[in-house]
Design a protein. Structure first.
Length: 308
């Protein structure tokens, strides 16, 4: 019998209107999002549901995304649908720790709000990120290592898609060398800083201090950590991995491979967008991938899972 994983998207998948149908039609989802807004001291309805520039600014994006993911997660749990394992890309890892029962919902919202602020404030001038298409992670690593400036891998998303991060000039220089090495395309990303780079060490240190004050529980289910791509099963592992994640590469493809090796054959993307579903098609086309970003998706998935 196969196993089910919940997977949670990260920053970049947000859009105006996300979560609105859940908020308006499921009281539990409304309670979750209202709690997030109160803890963050933000008008999340305005932030998530209306067209606005703040939604795309890191300090606001992160709490908005995790509030929607948490609301959908709680709606699934209320239907008796729970995963055997979980994982999330970057910010989405907080959805995974919530699914694993590691953090309370209140602490999750508090930490994510601070994480967004720390990352926004730590962003140095002159940082950049680019997506590299058509080369392996090893090829990209080798070229980045030879570049004299600060540039490194930020994300291992799926076969043939790696993201690089660092100083703008170094990213630009590495991009030209990656094209010469056979990259199909190198696309600059519209981001506000060099995320998952050593340049974000200050945010990592501040987050580590914040996490010291937070109560961590032993995971109910394993979740795959971005930093190691290995399952986290003990409470004492959680804080350091969450802190290091800010400035370390996101090993998303490797996280998925860990779950595939564990006989996971159904992946449910919980949250805005279809980014992770797209990655899954390139990692393994043979598994079942479901996506829940609207109430209609939710109803379809719940019906399908209950009929299994």
């Amino acid at each position: 019998m196969g196993r089910t994983a919940f997977i949670f998207p990260g920053q970049g998948a947000q859009y105006a209107g996300m979560g609105k149908d859940f908020y308006e039609q499921i009281p539990l989802c409304r309670q979750v999002m209202d709690m997030a807004g109160e803890i963050a001291e933000l008008d999340l309805k305005k932030l998530c549901f209306e067209e606005n520039e703040q939604l795309h600014i890191t300090e606001f994006t992160q709490i908005a995304m995790i509030a929607v993911e948490a609301a959908i997660l709680k709606a699934l749990e209320a239907e008796g649908i729970r995963p055997q394992v979980a994982a999330g890309l970057s910010l989405g890892e907080y959805g995974a720790v919530l699914a694993a029962g590691v953090l309370s919902m209140e602490d999750t919202f508090s930490v994510v709000r601070k994480r967004g602020i720390y990352m926004q404030e730590a962003v140095p001038e002159g940082g950049a990120m680019s997506a590299v298409l058509g080369l392996s992670g090893e090829q990209v690593e080798q070229i980045c290592e030879k570049e004299p400036g600060m540039v490194s891998v930020a994300n291992y998303n799926c076969p043939g898609q790696v993201v690089i991060t660092g100083e703008a000039r170094a990213v630009e220089n590495a991009s030209e060398k990656l094209k010469d090495a056979g990259a199909r395309r190198v696309l600059p990303l519209k981001v506000s800083g060099p995320f998952h780079s050593p340049m974000l060490k200050k945010a990592e240190e501040r987050l580590r201090e914040t996490l010291k004050e937070i109560s961590i529980q032993k995971p109910w289910i394993p979740y795959a950590a971005n930093v190691t791509a290995k399952y986290v099963t003990e409470a004492q592992e959680v804080k350091e991995l969450l802190a290091r994640q800010v400035s370390s590469p996101v090993k998303w493809q490797q996280c998925v491979e860990t779950m595939l090796a564990d006989q996971v054959d159904t992946f449910i993307e919980v949250g805005p967008g279809r980014t992770l579903s797209g990655f899954m098609r390139k990692i393994d086309r043979n598994v079942r991938v479901l996506n829940i970003q609207t109430l209609e998706d939710f109803q379809t998935v719940v019906k399908a899972l209950k009929e299994r």
